[in-house]
Design a protein around this ligand. Sequence first.
Ligand code: 5RP
Length: 294
Amino acid sequence: MPDKDEGKIARNYHLDVPQSGGGGFVVKGQDGCDWGTKNRLARMFDPKSGNTVMLAFDHGYIMGPTTGLERLDVAIPPLIPYVDVLMGTRGAFRACIPATVDKPVCLRVNYDSSVLYDDMSVGGGIACDIGNAVRMNASCLAVQTFIGATGEKNSLELLARTVDAGNDHGMPVLGVVAVGKQMERTEQFFLLATRILAENGANLVKTYYCDGFEHVTATCPVPIVIAGGKKLPEPEALTMAYRAIAEGARGVDMGRNIFQAQNPIAMCRAIAKVVHEGFTDKEALDYYNELLRT
Ligand code: 5RP
Protein backbone atom coordinates (compact mmCIF):
# COMPACT_ATOMS: atom_id res chain seq x y z
CA MET A 1 0.00 0.00 0.00
CA PRO A 2 1.68 3.26 -1.03
CA ASP A 3 2.08 5.84 1.69
CA LYS A 4 -0.37 8.67 1.09
CA ASP A 5 2.25 11.11 2.36
CA GLU A 6 4.81 9.92 -0.15
CA GLY A 7 4.59 13.34 -1.84
CA LYS A 8 6.59 14.89 0.97
CA ILE A 9 9.83 13.44 -0.41
CA ALA A 10 11.54 14.92 -3.46
CA ARG A 11 10.03 13.92 -6.77
CA ASN A 12 11.40 14.10 -10.28
CA TYR A 13 8.78 15.33 -12.76
CA HIS A 14 11.08 15.27 -15.82
CA LEU A 15 9.53 18.52 -16.99
CA ASP A 16 11.93 18.67 -19.95
CA VAL A 17 10.99 15.21 -21.25
CA PRO A 18 7.82 14.99 -23.38
CA GLN A 19 5.68 11.98 -22.60
CA SER A 20 6.47 9.08 -24.90
CA GLY A 21 4.05 6.31 -25.66
CA GLY A 22 3.43 5.56 -29.25
CA GLY A 23 2.76 6.68 -32.72
CA GLY A 24 2.62 10.44 -32.42
CA PHE A 25 -1.15 10.97 -32.24
CA VAL A 26 -1.79 14.62 -31.40
CA VAL A 27 -3.67 13.87 -28.17
CA LYS A 28 -1.41 12.94 -25.26
CA GLY A 29 -1.48 9.34 -24.12
CA GLN A 30 -4.09 8.19 -26.64
CA ASP A 31 -1.96 6.29 -29.15
CA GLY A 32 -3.18 3.00 -27.77
CA CYS A 33 -6.85 3.79 -28.38
CA ASP A 34 -8.94 2.42 -31.19
CA TRP A 35 -9.63 4.35 -34.37
CA GLY A 36 -13.09 5.53 -33.37
CA THR A 37 -11.90 7.02 -30.08
CA LYS A 38 -8.99 8.74 -31.80
CA ASN A 39 -11.24 10.03 -34.56
CA ARG A 40 -13.57 11.58 -31.99
CA LEU A 41 -10.65 13.10 -30.07
CA ALA A 42 -9.20 14.43 -33.32
CA ARG A 43 -12.42 16.41 -33.80
CA MET A 44 -11.97 17.98 -30.38
CA PHE A 45 -8.26 18.87 -30.43
CA ASP A 46 -6.84 21.20 -33.05
CA PRO A 47 -4.37 19.27 -35.25
CA LYS A 48 -1.87 22.15 -35.28
CA SER A 49 -1.83 23.35 -31.68
CA GLY A 50 -2.90 20.02 -30.19
CA ASN A 51 -5.14 22.06 -27.88
CA THR A 52 -8.85 22.72 -27.45
CA VAL A 53 -11.26 25.43 -26.37
CA MET A 54 -14.27 23.75 -24.82
CA LEU A 55 -17.29 25.79 -23.79
CA ALA A 56 -18.92 24.45 -20.60
CA PHE A 57 -22.59 25.26 -20.12
CA ASP A 58 -23.64 22.25 -18.05
CA HIS A 59 -23.96 24.22 -14.79
CA GLY A 60 -27.75 23.90 -14.68
CA TYR A 61 -27.50 20.16 -14.00
CA ILE A 62 -26.81 20.95 -10.33
CA MET A 63 -27.10 24.74 -10.07
CA GLY A 64 -30.25 25.62 -11.99
CA PRO A 65 -30.19 28.79 -14.09
CA THR A 66 -26.70 30.17 -13.44
CA THR A 67 -26.08 33.86 -14.07
CA GLY A 68 -25.41 34.25 -17.76
CA LEU A 69 -27.21 31.03 -18.57
CA GLU A 70 -30.75 32.09 -17.70
CA ARG A 71 -31.57 31.42 -21.37
CA LEU A 72 -29.34 28.79 -22.92
CA ASP A 73 -30.92 29.34 -26.32
CA VAL A 74 -29.89 33.01 -26.22
CA ALA A 75 -26.49 32.71 -24.51
CA ILE A 76 -24.84 29.75 -26.22
CA PRO A 77 -25.51 29.73 -30.01
CA PRO A 78 -23.67 33.04 -30.68
CA LEU A 79 -20.51 31.59 -29.05
CA ILE A 80 -20.46 28.34 -31.01
CA PRO A 81 -18.37 29.60 -33.98
CA TYR A 82 -15.56 30.64 -31.62
CA VAL A 83 -15.03 27.42 -29.67
CA ASP A 84 -13.92 23.89 -30.55
CA VAL A 85 -16.19 21.74 -28.37
CA LEU A 86 -19.58 22.21 -26.69
CA MET A 87 -20.01 20.70 -23.23
CA GLY A 88 -23.51 20.39 -21.85
CA THR A 89 -26.33 18.10 -20.83
CA ARG A 90 -28.64 16.14 -23.07
CA GLY A 91 -31.57 18.33 -22.07
CA ALA A 92 -29.74 21.53 -22.91
CA PHE A 93 -28.61 20.29 -26.32
CA ARG A 94 -32.03 18.99 -27.26
CA ALA A 95 -33.92 22.09 -26.23
CA CYS A 96 -31.54 24.94 -26.99
CA ILE A 97 -28.76 24.00 -29.45
CA PRO A 98 -29.61 23.71 -33.14
CA ALA A 99 -29.04 20.16 -34.40
CA THR A 100 -27.32 21.67 -37.43
CA VAL A 101 -24.36 22.67 -35.27
CA ASP A 102 -21.06 21.35 -36.56
CA LYS A 103 -19.02 21.19 -33.36
CA PRO A 104 -18.22 18.09 -31.32
CA VAL A 105 -20.45 17.46 -28.33
CA CYS A 106 -19.01 16.58 -24.92
CA LEU A 107 -22.04 15.26 -23.12
CA ARG A 108 -22.37 15.48 -19.34
CA VAL A 109 -23.73 11.99 -18.66
CA ASN A 110 -23.89 11.87 -14.87
CA TYR A 111 -26.30 13.51 -12.47
CA ASP A 112 -25.35 14.72 -8.99
CA SER A 113 -27.07 16.16 -5.95
CA SER A 114 -28.13 19.75 -6.35
CA VAL A 115 -26.41 22.71 -4.71
CA LEU A 116 -29.14 22.62 -2.04
CA TYR A 117 -27.64 19.45 -0.63
CA ASP A 118 -25.11 19.80 2.20
CA ASP A 119 -22.81 17.28 0.61
CA MET A 120 -23.03 17.43 -3.16
CA SER A 121 -20.78 14.41 -3.52
CA VAL A 122 -23.21 12.17 -1.67
CA GLY A 123 -24.17 10.13 -4.66
CA GLY A 124 -25.03 10.59 -8.28
CA GLY A 125 -25.73 8.27 -11.14
CA ILE A 126 -25.88 8.01 -14.89
CA ALA A 127 -28.29 10.46 -16.51
CA CYS A 128 -27.64 9.39 -20.09
CA ASP A 129 -26.40 5.92 -21.03
CA ILE A 130 -24.07 5.10 -23.88
CA GLY A 131 -26.84 4.25 -26.35
CA ASN A 132 -28.49 7.59 -25.78
CA ALA A 133 -25.14 9.39 -25.91
CA VAL A 134 -24.49 7.85 -29.33
CA ARG A 135 -27.99 8.94 -30.35
CA MET A 136 -26.99 12.47 -29.31
CA ASN A 137 -23.99 12.12 -31.65
CA ALA A 138 -21.64 12.72 -28.73
CA SER A 139 -17.90 12.87 -29.28
CA CYS A 140 -17.07 12.54 -25.60
CA LEU A 141 -18.78 11.67 -22.30
CA ALA A 142 -18.14 13.71 -19.15
CA VAL A 143 -18.36 12.21 -15.65
CA GLN A 144 -17.91 14.13 -12.41
CA THR A 145 -15.77 12.59 -9.66
CA PHE A 146 -15.40 13.44 -5.99
CA ILE A 147 -11.94 12.39 -4.88
CA GLY A 148 -11.50 12.56 -1.10
CA ALA A 149 -15.20 13.05 -0.44
CA THR A 150 -18.16 10.93 0.59
CA GLY A 151 -19.02 10.19 -3.01
CA GLU A 152 -15.56 9.05 -4.08
CA LYS A 153 -16.37 5.36 -4.42
CA ASN A 154 -19.67 5.95 -6.19
CA SER A 155 -18.24 8.46 -8.63
CA LEU A 156 -15.21 6.31 -9.47
CA GLU A 157 -17.58 3.42 -10.14
CA LEU A 158 -19.58 5.66 -12.51
CA LEU A 159 -16.37 6.72 -14.21
CA ALA A 160 -15.11 3.17 -14.63
CA ARG A 161 -18.42 1.86 -16.00
CA THR A 162 -18.65 4.84 -18.36
CA VAL A 163 -15.11 4.15 -19.58
CA ASP A 164 -16.11 0.51 -20.21
CA ALA A 165 -19.17 1.61 -22.17
CA GLY A 166 -17.09 4.22 -24.00
CA ASN A 167 -14.48 1.63 -24.94
CA ASP A 168 -17.19 -0.58 -26.43
CA HIS A 169 -18.29 2.29 -28.68
CA GLY A 170 -15.06 4.16 -29.48
CA MET A 171 -16.18 7.02 -27.22
CA PRO A 172 -13.65 8.96 -25.12
CA VAL A 173 -14.46 9.94 -21.54
CA LEU A 174 -13.65 13.22 -19.80
CA GLY A 175 -13.09 12.74 -16.07
CA VAL A 176 -14.06 15.89 -14.18
CA VAL A 177 -12.36 16.68 -10.86
CA ALA A 178 -14.92 18.25 -8.56
CA VAL A 179 -13.81 20.46 -5.72
CA GLY A 180 -16.40 20.40 -2.98
CA LYS A 181 -16.42 22.08 0.40
CA GLN A 182 -14.09 19.49 1.91
CA MET A 183 -11.49 19.60 -0.85
CA GLU A 184 -8.58 21.98 -0.88
CA ARG A 185 -7.43 23.40 -4.19
CA THR A 186 -3.83 22.42 -3.67
CA GLU A 187 -1.18 20.91 -5.89
CA GLN A 188 -1.25 17.79 -3.72
CA PHE A 189 -5.00 17.37 -4.22
CA PHE A 190 -4.91 17.91 -7.97
CA LEU A 191 -1.87 15.63 -8.39
CA LEU A 192 -3.82 12.90 -6.67
CA ALA A 193 -7.20 13.47 -8.28
CA THR A 194 -6.07 13.88 -11.89
CA ARG A 195 -3.82 10.83 -11.76
CA ILE A 196 -6.56 8.70 -10.21
CA LEU A 197 -8.97 9.66 -12.99
CA ALA A 198 -6.45 8.97 -15.75
CA GLU A 199 -5.46 5.61 -14.30
CA ASN A 200 -9.10 4.64 -14.01
CA GLY A 201 -9.43 5.16 -17.73
CA ALA A 202 -10.40 8.78 -18.42
CA ASN A 203 -9.08 9.80 -21.84
CA LEU A 204 -8.83 13.42 -20.74
CA VAL A 205 -9.21 15.17 -17.40
CA LYS A 206 -10.76 18.45 -16.41
CA THR A 207 -9.45 20.16 -13.31
CA TYR A 208 -8.68 23.57 -11.86
CA TYR A 209 -5.51 25.62 -12.15
CA CYS A 210 -3.30 25.73 -9.04
CA ASP A 211 0.22 26.66 -7.97
CA GLY A 212 2.58 23.92 -9.10
CA PHE A 213 0.32 23.17 -12.04
CA GLU A 214 3.23 22.01 -14.24
CA HIS A 215 3.63 19.07 -11.85
CA VAL A 216 -0.03 18.20 -12.25
CA THR A 217 0.18 18.19 -16.06
CA ALA A 218 3.49 16.29 -16.02
CA THR A 219 2.21 13.47 -13.84
CA CYS A 220 -1.17 13.10 -15.55
CA PRO A 221 -0.64 10.80 -18.55
CA VAL A 222 -3.61 12.19 -20.51
CA PRO A 223 -4.45 15.78 -21.53
CA ILE A 224 -5.68 18.20 -18.90
CA VAL A 225 -8.15 20.97 -19.64
CA ILE A 226 -8.91 23.57 -17.01
CA ALA A 227 -12.25 24.74 -15.72
CA GLY A 228 -12.46 28.45 -15.08
CA GLY A 229 -14.34 28.38 -11.80
CA LYS A 230 -16.11 31.44 -10.42
CA LYS A 231 -16.02 34.59 -12.52
CA LEU A 232 -12.77 36.53 -12.36
CA PRO A 233 -12.06 39.94 -13.86
CA GLU A 234 -11.22 39.32 -17.53
CA PRO A 235 -7.47 40.09 -17.20
CA GLU A 236 -7.17 37.52 -14.40
CA ALA A 237 -9.08 34.88 -16.34
CA LEU A 238 -6.78 35.39 -19.32
CA THR A 239 -3.73 35.14 -17.07
CA MET A 240 -5.06 31.90 -15.61
CA ALA A 241 -5.61 30.48 -19.11
CA TYR A 242 -2.16 31.62 -20.21
CA ARG A 243 -0.41 30.08 -17.20
CA ALA A 244 -2.33 26.84 -17.57
CA ILE A 245 -1.31 26.46 -21.22
CA ALA A 246 2.29 27.54 -20.51
CA GLU A 247 2.40 24.91 -17.76
CA GLY A 248 1.14 22.03 -19.87
CA ALA A 249 -2.66 22.18 -20.09
CA ARG A 250 -3.97 21.14 -23.49
CA GLY A 251 -6.90 23.49 -23.36
CA VAL A 252 -9.72 24.95 -21.35
CA ASP A 253 -13.25 23.81 -20.61
CA MET A 254 -14.57 27.13 -19.34
CA GLY A 255 -17.99 28.40 -18.53
CA ARG A 256 -18.57 31.34 -16.21
CA ASN A 257 -15.44 33.22 -17.20
CA ILE A 258 -16.76 33.18 -20.75
CA PHE A 259 -20.52 33.57 -20.55
CA GLN A 260 -20.37 36.01 -17.61
CA ALA A 261 -17.72 38.17 -19.30
CA GLN A 262 -18.60 41.68 -20.37
CA ASN A 263 -18.34 40.44 -23.97
CA PRO A 264 -18.56 36.62 -24.15
CA ILE A 265 -17.70 36.39 -27.84
CA ALA A 266 -14.59 38.53 -27.39
CA MET A 267 -13.61 36.40 -24.40
CA CYS A 268 -13.93 33.19 -26.44
CA ARG A 269 -11.78 34.71 -29.16
CA ALA A 270 -9.13 35.98 -26.74
CA ILE A 271 -8.92 32.62 -24.97
CA ALA A 272 -8.61 30.86 -28.34
CA LYS A 273 -5.59 33.08 -29.12
CA VAL A 274 -3.94 31.87 -25.90
CA VAL A 275 -4.87 28.24 -26.42
CA HIS A 276 -4.07 27.91 -30.12
CA GLU A 277 -1.75 30.74 -31.12
CA GLY A 278 0.61 31.16 -28.20
CA PHE A 279 -0.62 34.61 -27.18
CA THR A 280 0.56 35.79 -23.78
CA ASP A 281 -2.05 37.00 -21.31
CA LYS A 282 -1.05 40.59 -22.07
CA GLU A 283 -1.43 40.06 -25.83
CA ALA A 284 -4.75 38.33 -25.30
CA LEU A 285 -6.01 41.18 -23.11
CA ASP A 286 -4.98 43.76 -25.73
CA TYR A 287 -6.82 41.68 -28.32
CA TYR A 288 -9.90 41.44 -26.06
CA ASN A 289 -9.93 45.19 -25.48
CA GLU A 290 -9.50 45.83 -29.19
CA LEU A 291 -12.54 43.62 -29.88
CA LEU A 292 -14.54 45.62 -27.31
CA ARG A 293 -13.72 48.80 -29.20
CA THR A 294 -14.79 47.49 -32.61
C1 5RP B 1 -18.47 21.30 -13.00
C2 5RP B 1 -18.15 21.43 -14.44
C3 5RP B 1 -18.44 22.72 -15.07
O1 5RP B 1 -18.64 22.51 -16.43
C4 5RP B 1 -17.26 23.55 -14.81
O2 5RP B 1 -17.35 24.06 -13.54
C5 5RP B 1 -16.91 24.55 -15.90
O3 5RP B 1 -17.41 25.70 -15.69
P1 5RP B 1 -16.69 26.93 -15.00
O4 5RP B 1 -15.56 27.34 -15.94
O5 5RP B 1 -17.78 27.90 -14.92
O6 5RP B 1 -16.12 26.47 -13.69
O7 5RP B 1 -17.65 20.55 -15.05
O8 5RP B 1 -18.18 20.05 -12.63
